[in-house]
Design a protein around this ligand. Sequence first.
Ligand SMILES: Nc1ncnc2c1ncn2[C@@H]1O[C@H](COP(=O)(O)OP(=O)(O)OP(=O)(O)O)[C@@H](O)[C@H]1O
Length: 326
Amino acid sequence: MTSPAAPDAAPDAAISVRGLRKVYRGGKEALRGIDLDVPRGAIFGLLGPNGAGKSTFINILAGLTIKTAGQVRIWGFDQDRNPRQSRAAIGVVPQELNIDPFFTPRAALEVQAGLYGVPRARRRTDEILAKVGLADKAEAYARTLSGGMRRRLLVAKALVHDPAVLVLDEPTAGVDIELRRMLWDYVRELNARGVTIILTTHYLEEAEEMCDRIAVIGDGRLIACDDKAALLSRLDERVLAVRIEPEEARAQAARLDLPGGARAHLRADGWLEIAYRRGATDPGALIARIERAQGRIVDLSTREPDLEDVFMSLLREAGAARDRAG
Ligand SMILES: Nc1ncnc2c1ncn2[C@@H]1O[C@H](COP(=O)(O)OP(=O)(O)OP(=O)(O)O)[C@@H](O)[C@H]1O
């Protein structure tokens, strides 16, 4: 693949968004003023609960949804002032598997390349098909492709014009582990060649593994945007897991009032998991409290907070701030 078509001076921000708002017909405000920069060369994760506004954000970048207000620059090109260049700089893999059933993968890529004005001599149809593992399906009708193969075809279609920025909206929803691995390997390879990647995913461990920078959107607002490591270290939280005997005591223990605002919940595997703030309490106090009230601790482990803990904590904080604001 050639390097992505970049202006003479590649911008620091692959995507730069200011004051982005979207109000849908009917009045739903899906984005309430987002300011966001995606650094060039990043693998950038966009996270948020259902209905947070992620797809709206991505569809606006892709030019599929018209924004209500704000400025969007893609690879330095203003979406309103330079629509052609900004569109050429981005490739989007949509969430839905919307593929024309009567096209073969080869024809689908050729049509897509035509739409983007890629001259025949510069088309890389076979190379792209091979990369996404569809070389032997090049002439099959799309309606005969499995869900995973359709997903790969969508990735291939997003790449025909060599975009500098590739956006993947939930690319691994419902795909098997093997395809997921293959897709991520390919994404990493593209990134290593200079393509900036933006992805949304509901699998937080996936974002934790793949992304170097992460934004969290909640209810149309940006509630965090930071390097992954900074985001993870922001939470002064530890998780202690204990196994209590007898079994009957476990559910009771989950309801105990614990020191320092620690929160407990009983996992499906019978372990009691307790999230506590290091500054507010120490594990010794927690253990003593549980043993005093309930049974015997027969096993224990601790772990660092993961992205899921951070994510839940950010959403809780944002919810509490909204409640306070009324
Ligand atoms: N075409 C539309 N018309 C009206 N409301 C819409 C439309 N599309 C989305 N919405 C609403 O806007 C809000 C944001 O939706 P969006 O699809 O952007 O969220 P999301 O973060 O992508 O969610 P998910 O994780 O479920 O895909 C939701 O309340 C949704 O119901």
